[in-house]
Design a protein around this ligand. Structure first.
Ligand code: NAD
Ligand code: NAD
Lengths: 204, 204
């Protein structure tokens, strides 16, 4: 796992520690979660640009704040979600998103049966209100959790409304103009990496 | 994104191409999805250990097969899933898992209301049948999609039954003995990386 991937997990561990009221954390403690050496953790912390006194450990809230700045999650990113199905509902109710600076402002679905239902405190809106909502809330990120064959169409719709960042969960690579950042999220990637490590372990 | 992370996405792109009946793919075509140079793709392919003739392009099915071997996803990994809620149901119905060699054999939930219901073709089983199922199916992977405060307890239960690989979606770092591979999946990590790129783009 490379440095950039570890950093959001440090944030998760630190926020767990903060909830338990812990003040300091050692690089050794952080290292054991990733089976790396504590010098690697100290290198990661210097990439973040945080200066702690490694002797007495890093301040939990100090390091967490520095990670938030580094990742840009201390400032809120407003987002909309399109496709309120099983995965969409799990994401709407997931407290982890607001911890990473995501402020969900509205959710949409093309199925009339779902519209006007309330999920996780949000009333499901029809696709016709997309333009009005994106403009009035100055939305930064569109989360796409629609079926694979509908995903490119939805992507084109939001890019037309000047959305510059897309978080796509449908299992297909979306194409958008170069000024739009698309992150294709495929949970099965985690599975593929898990099988790779399992295979390596069996071969040892 | 480092090589190992790109490889499962190559697999996804190649399986999309295979479905469309395409025979060959160039390193240039694969490169544009990741905004990397085509020499990086050729380096990735050599890590996989596949020798194609880059002049006429790589064979789609050949490269896909080689990736499957590299990741260990051509052999099936049997799995169980615990916690049939919103996220669990989205994963059960997700066709991407079987493409990555996962064979789900049973699903469990502690809520009596959910037990005996059929989700995605699986009858939800009570936790009491965990031991019997793990032994009779020689299960390799346990997928955990229960609430955060129940996750460590479920992890301990499956490790007791000799499960050696855990795919954890609850937002907490699970601890297990060194011979157990735990992959903590946090979708919000994707969000954190997206905000990081957005922040960098705004600063440019
Ligand atoms: N990336 C992953 O690892 C992963 C894991 C699980 C599911 N998924 C994917 O996430 C997506 C959602 O999965 P799910 O299980 O929640 O499916 P689902 O069928 O439960 O939900 C899809 C929702 O999208 C809505 N929809 C369909 N077309 C639309 C359109 N054009 N505009 C707006 N809304 C539309 C539907 O009405 C439905 O409510 C699928 O593409 C699935 O393959 C991905
Ligand atoms: N990692 C991520 O990015 C991400 C995203 C969304 C949700 N989540 C997490 O995934 C988990 C599930 O989320 P959800 O929205 O599906 O929740 P949910 O409440 O819909 O589902 C949880 C299920 O687990 C069952 N359960 C509870 N305790 C159990 C136990 N001890 N043994 C067996 N089953 C048990 C419940 O009966 C329920 O069916 C949560 O931990 C949530 O935080 C993670």
């Amino acid at each position: 796992m490379q440095t950039l991937r570890r950093i959001p997990y440090y944030h998760q561990i630190l926020s767990d520690m903060e909830q338990k009221g812990e003040q300091f954390v050692s690089s050794k403690y952080l290292a054991h979660f990733f089976h790396v050496d504590d010098t690697q953790v100290r290198k990661d912390v210097s990439v973040i640009g945080y200066k702690g006194k490694p002797k007495s450990g890093y301040s939990v809230s100090g390091l967490k704040g520095a990670i938030g700045d580094f990742l840009g999650i201390n400032t809120e990113n407003t987002a909309i979600l399109i496709g309120v199905g099983r995965l969409g509902s799990a994401l709407i109710e997931y407290p982890g998103l607001s911890e990473y600076g995501l402020k969900l402002v509205a959710v949409f679905d093309s199925n009339p049966v779902k519209q006007d239902k309330v999920i996780g405190g949000f009333t499901v809106l029809p696709m016709e209100s997309l333009k009005r909502v994106i403009q009035s809330f100055d939305v930064g990120i569109a989360i796409i959790t629609v079926p694979k064959n509908a995903a490119q169409g939805v992507c084109d719709l939001v890019v037309e409304q000047n959305i510059k960042a897309i978080w796509n969960f449908a299992p297909t690579q979306l194409s958008a103009s170069a000024d739009v950042t698309v992150r294709n999220e495929n949970m099965a990637v985690g599975l593929a990496l898990l099988s790779h490590y399992l295979k390596k372990r069996k071969a040892e």
